[in-house]
Each structure stands twice: as C-alpha cells, then as structure tokens.
Ligand binder design. Structure first.
Ligand code: SF4
Length: 931
C-alpha cells in the first residue's frame, strides 16, 4: 500500500481545503447490459465478464455493491474496494440509495449518463469521500481514527487508502460505550385523566395540524370527528369504544386521527398507541406527528416514540462481544462499521431505522441479526451497558410518551405479555387495519418446530461447543442467584439437564438420515416422515409441504407423548426457578440492590414467556391422535426453500384469531380504532360492513362497534385504468416473460410487477433482465438481487426508468408516489394458496352466507384492492393496473374503486394504452363498475 499512498496525497489540500479529485484506482462496473473497466488514470472500456473477474482478482477494483456485481458477473467470490462500505464509514447513519445514481445524489456529484460513465463516477465518489475525511467540517469525524486502526488490523481493503487522510485526533477518542448517553429513570405516569373532547375542538386542532390556509377537506373533518369517539371515557369494564373507519386513499386519515389523539394525550396525560403494518407508514407518522408535537419536551424527553420489537435494535453487549473477538473476518469489519453507526444513530434501530438496509447484505452473513437480541438473552441490569441500552431507552421513552408508533404484532405481544402492565396500550389506533386479522393469526399461533426448540435449548443450556461469542445459558446468567439460593441453583441445574432432550446442532441432517437423537428429534423425524408420506401438493415444486393432523400413525402419536413428557420435565424446574426468583425479590437479601432487582425482574419475565411457550407446546402435543378441537387448526409441515429443508414442525392456529385478540387487546382497552382504505370487502352490492365487524373481533365481546366511511377524493375515473389482458395463457412462461418485457418497454420503466410464486418471478426475471438493461431500463427483483426489500423499494423510487418485480411484501409495503410507479402488472388473479389453514377456514365459511366461494372472493378482492392501491398515492398520480388473466371473473371487479374504467383486451392493445399514458386513454370500451 505504501506505493499507492503517495498517489492519494497528490490530489489533496488545495487552498487549505480538501479538493475532491477522482481517486486514481481502477474501477469496475457490471450491469445486465454489460461490463466496464476503467484504468487508474486511463479510459473506460467495455469488457467481457471473464476479463472483469481477472482484473478484480489481480488488483482491488473500485466497485459498488460487491454482492450485486458478483451476481452480475456470476463470480461469487468477488471482492474489492466497495464504495458502499466507504460511504458507511464516512457517513454513518446517513441515507444513500445504493446505486451509482443514488451515490451521486448523496455526494452532490453529477449523475452518470449511462453504464459506461459509472466507473468514472466511482473514482469521483471515492475521491469525494476521501476528501471529506480531510475536511474540517466532517461532522462524523469523532471516532473515525480509532475505528480505522481496528479496521486496518482486520485488513479492511479501504484502511490503507484512508489511513493518510484520517488524522489522529489530539485527544484520545472516547469509546462508543462511554460516548452514548445514559437514560434516566423516571416516575411512573399516573393514570390518564378522564376527559371528553368535543367536536369543535377536534376540528380546530385538525385545522392547526393541517396548517393555516390548507384546503378544508370535508371527508377528513368527518373522519377526525368520528375518530374522537374512541377517546371518550369508558362506561363499563371490558366495554371499550370501538370504531371501524374506512377512509379512502388521500383523505388525510393520519392527521385525521392524530388531531383527537394529540388533544386527548395533552389533556389526559395518557399515551395513545398507533399501530401500523408497514415501516413506510411508521416513517410517515413520525413525520406527520411533528405538526402536533415538538421533537422534545422542555425536559428533553421525546413526546413521540417509535417502538419496535427488541430484535430490531442493536444490543450493545453483543456488539462489544463482536468487537472483542466474537466475530472474525468480514463479520468483524461489519461490527466496526455498525459501532461507528451506533454512535450517530438516532435510536439504535437496525431494521428499517437509520442503519442503511444494504449494509448487512454487503457482508452476506447473518451479521446484523447476531448483533441484535434475537433470542431474548438480555441480562438486563446485569449488563454493563444497561443504562445506555437502546432497547431499554426506547421502552422507557415509550412509557412516558404521548404517542407511541408501533406495529400490530408488537401491540398484540405487549398487550398479551408486556413487562410492565402499566405501559400496556389502552387507547389504540390500528392503521392499515385490514392487516389486523393476519397479525393476530400469527401472534396467537403456536409452532413446535426444530428451529424454535433449538433456540429454547440454547437459551437454557447455552451454545454448543465451537460457537464463538458470549452467548451463555441460564447457569451463567443466574450464577449469583444459584450461589445464594440452593433451591434456585438446583432448579437451574435440573432445567439444563432436562433441556438435553431438545434438538441440538445438526438435527436437520440427522432427521434426513433417519438418525434422530433424543425425544424431540424423534418426534420431528416422525413428523417429517408422515408429511412426506402424505403430501400430494408440491413435492416436485421445492417449496414447503404440509399435512393435517388427522389419522396420524401410531409411532407419531407415541413420539408426541414422549416428547410432551420431556417438555414437562423442562417446564417443572423452570417453574420452580420462577418461584425462587419471586421469593428472592420479595424477601430481598442485602446484596440485592436496585440493579440486581431489575435483572431478576427481567429474568422472571423471560422465564414466564418460556414457561408459557413450553405449556403451549405440551397442549399442542396432547391433542395429537385425539379428537380435533373445532377452535383450532393443527397441521404438520416441512419448510423448504429450493428443495433445501430448513425447518420441520407442528403448527396450531386459531380458527378465528380475533377471539384471543378480543380477549387480550380489546377487552382491557378503553378505546380502539381500526382504520384502512380497504377495511370492508366490496361486492356488487357495496361495502360489506357486517363482515368487517365480525373480522374486528368485537362480536366476541358482544360489542357493536361504530362504523364510519369517507370516500377517496381521487379522480380514479380520469387517472387510472384497469386493463385485463386476455391472451396470455396461464402457465406459458415465455409468453408471460414477453408480456412483462413489452409492458415495461411500453411504459418506459416505472412498472411494479407482482407475482404469486417466487419461482415464476425468477423465471421471468431471468428471461428479460438483460434485454431491458440494454434498453436502459433497469430491472430489480426480490429474492433474486442480493438486496433487502426496503432498499429495493428505495432504488425503484429513485429511478423513474427502473422496474421492480416482487411478491406479497411488495403488494402491501410499496409507497411510491409520483412518476416512479406508473404501472402495476399482476401475473394473474391472486387466488389464495390452498393450504390446510385456508381450507379449514374456507370450510367454516361454507356454512355462512355466500359460502366458501364468497370467502375466496373476499381474499382475492382484498389483494386486488391492495395492489391497486400502490398505483395512485397522490392526486397527481396516474397509471395503469394490468392483470394478465384470460378469465377474470366480473364479480371481482368491485375490488377497484368506484368509477375506475376496466377494459378487457389483447396484449397488443394493452401495450398501446400503456404507451399512450392513462390520461389520454380512450375509455369508451370500458366496463362500468358498480356504483
Ligand atoms: S441490556 Fe440487554 S439488550 Fe441491552 S445491551 Fe445489555 S444485554 Fe443487550
């Protein structure tokens, strides 16, 4: 590196300031359209993939997103000087779309005109980033020098390049763990005051929030007044106010409910929880809440807090462990970049917060997950970083907040088993309320699978040999309790011995070889064998397979009995231990200070959760072989991905998950609102409110919720058109791929392609990506590009010529207003997958009005409505919604907003319409939708 250093020095210090010059290092760029190399000081030239691979093996090349370039070159071992890693070092916690264009924007450089211009951009961007390190006003200088020394020891490719430019600070830099601020303990909030907010006050507040002179929107005012209803005092126990409010896109429903919520929080001193399904909406809520609340109160505390599950946040203890040898090689480099980010992060949220979503994927392993507290191994007050812990800070902030923004799963989990009953949500707005059923379905389900069981083993026993890091079992975590309390110590020992019955490392391999170890592995082996023996659905397709729990073979029932006994033998000492911990807290010994007490409280909480989990597994097993419980649906499943098995287990779901939801969430609440643009199904006769009410869970408490509806102000008739393409045969992959390519070309990019099967999506992508790239139309795809879904959406949003293919997650989570999304193409009618769970609910629905067919129709209409909802996000948006389906039933058309023109046509005709743009489309042949 010494020879190279003198070169880097030569372009610095111009008039005392760092001047950005291209960094004279060779650069490499590869896309679907081709491959380009640029010499250190020379010209850019196109080259073959083989040549690019040779060049990269020879000299480290500047490149962008190494895993993506590697996949384009078909050479997985590619490495080099990745601009994204350099960006993460220089600008931790700053946003950057990880494309050449996005990098140019983030650094204020000129966009590359085409692929051939990218290598020069990479040199310029590297020059700009290196120059920043020399600049006096580099805001993120603190900590950089120390991190760089560690990264140099780890042979980070950039370390030698940066070393001459990052000056050694005069005073030693503080270590991350001393730099982070401590949270303060605060008094518990009193119960909220009982206040009544009247409608004129709500309207005045709404006007204040929307801003002086903003256009008065009648729909929004009505919605806001209705929302105020849930904040009134409750008349009887277990009788919350429940409101179901359907609000079409563009109503302004967020400010609509924040108006009464903010008034109520201010007057009552209580906390309102707003629950969302997507991270997009969480971000929007954080933005919009700024009109109602300041960023900080006079005492510095935040009135608005985003609260996520603990597995989202950086665990400082895990990070410390990773920095001190727990991680080696590339993951260790990631840990240092994460440590640098942690010092600048707003809240330590690693998933969807200010840590770039692309950072983890650059390192290819599960590094990010290992830095969070995935397994509930937190030692609470026993942790040296407890007072600085991001998770603890967020929980404390939430307990004092006026507004907590969370997601459906967390709200349900908190209501069910929140650590502190006083901070359980009692006034809740479920936005994206059409997802509450699915969130309840997974929250209140039980699964006894190999992966879950091995997690439990690790939590009790600790890691198996050969694993690095600090992960420790119960014995180590509760060492002081064991030494003080004999009975507690014995219980820990007994639990550790009993937990040997759980699956251990290598269990999947042993199952495949029919050589299971211990009672749980025997059970899983029997589950696997039965599932394979019976499944008739998708063996050759390579995806998950399943079978119902009826008529099970004797060996499986027997194995279930033995496994249940083994589980009971684990639960018994854990229960005893919980009792001992309770006794210690009640009759506190001298050594138990406040911190020790908090740690034992933490341990009790996580013990209780495990005890419940094991009890649920025992209950699940006790039913196998016996009569079925009509309230539940049980099945056996083998999870596979491309024929590779990754889990085996027994599943149990509620037939109606809104029953536990009503008990756990609604009953203790005072006011609950469910709102969405698609809360009700709409058939030919209009919105189906009785069904929406049933689906809210309210009837389980014999509540009759209030309902409200506000129509979207958008001009769907003039700005959107549904095109049903009738000449692409189902299952004809070449025709399907051709249709996608031509539609993307006709609309000049800006297409969101939605698929119901990953396999078909991959096949289409593989056939068309190169052709489109050559036309300057980049194509990205979920499950193909090594990029997380949030980042893919950022890339799509940033480039109006880009298109994106994906599955369900995109149908719900993409919020791309403006020109970047102007056409949605669905590969077919989104029929529900005929799973055992679906079949059982369908069979139950068969006895109700409309029968099983109506049950399916509702699901499809909801999916269509959600997918259509991606298209028109603002008043100015316009576009086409294309479904490739020779036989699209007319009864499903009511999924689209009233007045939207629908035309059945050939692909050729559709291409013309898409190319012309929707506003000028000839709508004369359109079907009329029910009004
Ligand atoms: S308190 Fe728990 S989650 Fe927080 S840093 Fe320590 S171990 Fe990690």
């Amino acid at each position: 590196m010494t020879a190279a250093r003198s070169v880097y020095f030569s372009f610095l210090s111009h008039h005392g300031r760092a001047v950005s010059q291209p960094l004279p290092l060779p650069a490499l760029h590869a896309s679907h359209a081709g491959t380009w190399l640029r010499d250190a000081n020379g010209a850019t030239r196109g080259c073959s993939k083989g040549e690019a691979v040779m060049a990269a093996a020879d000299t480290p090349q500047l490149l962008m997103n190494a895993p993506l370039v590697a996949s384009r070159l078909g050479y997985p071992d590619l490495s080099g000087l990745d601009l994204l890693e350099l960006f993460a070092f220089v600008y931790p916690a700053r946003f950057c779309v990880p494309t050449p264009k996005g990098l140019a924007h983030a650094l204020g450089l000129e966009e590359p005109a085409d692929d051939a211009a990218v290598p020069l951009l990479l040199q310029r961007a590297a020059g700009a980033l290196v120059a920043t390190c020399e600049s006096d006003d580099w805001a993120e200088r603190e900590g950089a020098w120390s991190t760089l020394q560690s990264l140099a020891r780890l042979r980070w490719p950039w370390a030698g390049v940066l070393a001459p430019h990052v000056s050694r600070p005069e005073r030693a830099e503080k270590w991350l763990f001393t730099r982070l601020p401590e949270w303060e303990e605060t008094a518990e909030r009193p119960q909220p005051a009982q206040v009544l907010i009247d409608e004129p006050e709500i309207e005045a507040q709404l006007e204040r929030l929307t801003g002086e002179g903003a256009e008065r929107r009648e729909g929004q005012r009505l919605f806001s007044r209705d929302a105020g209803h849930v904040f009134g005092p409750r008349d009887r126990r277990k009788r919350p106010h429940v409101l179901l409010a359907q609000a079409g896109t563009g109503i302004g429903k967020t400010l609509g409910y924040l108006a009464p919520a903010s008034l109520w929080a201010e007057r009552s001193g209580g906390t309102v929880w707003v629950s969302t399904y997507t991270k997009n909406l969480q971000r929007q809520l954080r933005r919009e809440s700024r009109s109602a609340w300041p960023a900080a109160r006079a005492d510095g505390s935040p009135p608005v807090v985003v609260r996520k599950g603990r597995e989202n946040y950086l665990c400082l203890l895990n990070l410390e462990d990773a920095l001190q040898g727990g991680f080696a090689g590339r993951p260790a480099i990631l840990a240092h970049l994460v440590a640098r980010w942690a010092a600048y992060s707003q809240d330590g949220d690693m998933i969807g917060g200010d840590l770039p979503g692309w950072l983890g994927t650059l390192f290819r392993k599960r590094g990010i997950a290992a830095l969070t507290d995935q397994r509930g191994e937190c030692v609470y007050a026993g942790c040296p970083h407890y007072r600085k812990c991001f998770i603890e800070r967020s929980a404390r902030n939430a307990a004092q907040a006026d507004l907590v923004i969370a997601n459906h799963a967390l709200v349900m989990v908190n209501a069910a088993r929140g650590r502190d009953p006083a901070s359980r949500p009692t006034r809740i707005v479920f936005d994206e309320g059409h997802h509450v059923f699915d969130a309840a379905d997974s929250t209140f389900s039980a699964a006894l699978t190999g992966q879950e069981a091995i997690e439990l083993r690790r939590w009790i026993v600790g890691p198996e040999k050969n694993s690095r890091g600090r992960r420790r079992g119960l014995t180590a975590r509760l060492a002081d309790v064991a030494s003080y309390d004999d009975a507690g110590g014995e219980a820990v020992e007994d639990a550790v011995v009993a937990a040997q019955a759980l699956p251990s490392d290598g269990w999947l391999g042993r199952l495949a070889e029919n050589a299971p170890l211990g009672p749980l592995e025997h059970l899983l082996a029997a589950v696997r064998a039965t599932t394979f023996a019976r499944d008739e659905s998708g063996l050759e397709m390579g995806y998950g397979i399943e079978t119902e729990t009826a008529q099970l073979p004797g060996e499986l029932v027997e194995a279930a009995g033995t496994a249940a006994q083994a589980l009971a033998a684990i639960r018994t000492p854990l229960l005893k231990l919980a009792g001992r911990l309770e006794a210690i807290v009640e009759d506190a010994p001298d050594w138990l200070d406040g911190q020790g007490r908090a740690r034992i409280e933490g341990a009790r909480h996580s013990l209780a959760w495990r005890i419940d989990l094991i009890a649920a597994w025992e209950a699940l097993l006790s039913r196998l072989g016996g009569p079925a419980d009509p309230e539940f649906i049980d099945w056996l499943q083998v999870d596979r991905n491309d024929s590779r098995e990754f889990d085996v287990g027994i599943y149990r779901h509620w037939l109606d998950p809104m029953k536990p939801f009503a008990k756990v969430v609604l009953e203790p609440a005072h006011g609950v609102m469910l709102t969405s643009a698609t809360l009700t199904d709409r058939d030919e006769t209009g919105p189906d409110w009785p069904h929406a009410i049933t689906k809210s869970g309210a009837p389980h408490l014999e509540l009759a919720p209030k309902t409200a509806e506000a129509q979207s102000p958008f001009d769907y008739a003039g700005r959107a058109e549904v095109l049903i393409v009738t000449d692409i045969r189902k299952g004809d992959i070449p025709a399907l791929a051709g249709a996608y390519a031509r539609l993307i070309e006709a609309s000049d990019g800006g297409v969101l392609g939605l698929f119901t099967a990953i396999r078909r999506m991959r096949a289409v992508y593989g056939r068309i990506a190169d052709r489109l790239a050559r036309a300057g139309l980049p194509l990205y795809a979920q499950h193909v590009d090594p990029i997380d879904t949030g980042t893919l959406t950022d890339i799509f949003r940033d480039d109006p010529r880009a298109s994106l293919l994906g599955t369900d997650a995109l149908r719900d989570g993409v919020d791309v207003p403006g020109r970047s999304l102007r056409c949605v193409v669905m590969e077919s009618v989104p029929w529900p997958r005929p799973t055992i769970l679906h079949r059982a609910r369908r069979a139950a629905a068969a006895e109700q009005e409309g029968g099983a067919k109506r049950y399916d129709d509702r699901i499809i209409r909801a999916r269509l409505a959600q997918a259509f909802g991606r298209l028109i996000r603002t008043r100015e948006d316009a576009g086409h919604f294309v479904v490739l389906s020779p036989a699209f039933p007319s009864r499903l058309l009511s999924a689209f907003p009233e007045g939207t023109p629908v035309t059945r046509l050939t692909l050729e005709e559709a291409l013309q319409r898409v190319a012309n743009g929707v506003v000028s489309a000839d709508l004369s042949t359109a079907e009329t939708l029910p009004q």
